[in-house]
Design a binder for this molecule. Sequence first.
Ligand code: PXP
Length: 263
Amino acid sequence: MNKMRLGVNIDHIAVLREARRVNDPDILNGLFVACQNGADQITIHLREDRRHIQDIDVKNIMLHSTLPINLECSINKEILNIVCDVKPHRATLVPEKREEVTTEGGLDIFGSEDEVRYAIELLHDSIIPVSLFVDPSIEAMDKSKELGAEMVELHTGTFANLFAMLNSNLGSSNHSVKEFELPRYELSDRLEKSLEDIKLSAKHADSLGLEVAAGHGLNYNNVHEMMKIEEIVELNIGQSIIARSVFSGLSDAVKVMKKLTTR
Ligand code: PXP
């Protein structure tokens, strides 16, 4: 049996739809294609600014999905109440800033400890297991356990950015990341360190009894590095799958990713 679950994040189908505010592309079609072609879970993020997924999408996806739904949300009380009503299979708590293009880092579980603890308790009262999207560090694993989460999702954005800088020849137009100016040996060292942080955090979280997922910036070129870390049992991937689907169709994009994430 495959020991890695593939969570397909379908938010970007809604991003395209919201560009015109018509029901095209239909997110439920995206859901069905992902379900039929190898996804093990559907991941969606109900943002406070509703820039992509809308409340009605959450309800429809919950109603029609044949797969578990991982609903990402912030620790905002209004959003948490919606999540408690909807009762997804799991809630993943993520940070949110209105001006950001996408989630830029892990949840600040040290600075917002009380709010995160409250959010976890609220979700647990509704019998919803909780994952915390956190930067990979030993301290964050210990704190996640102490706060009562069942699971952590390791933020892989730093790893993915560094991997892209070292392995793509698209030039700096591809990125707005400050590390781009660094010499290659420095980038190499940082990439190695980012992978080591993910590996050590995954191992530590596993030893604490936390389930371990990873996500953000994972794609067809870099996902093999995550496959080597046996404590990671779930990957949540959105942008690269939907981007590939523009050229090859969503069924192909999900199938190919499924193949790369099977072990
Ligand atoms: N996991 C979490 C917690 C996220 O917030 C996101 C981005 O919405 C993803 C995974 C997917 O990231 P990407 O779209 O870069 O694959």
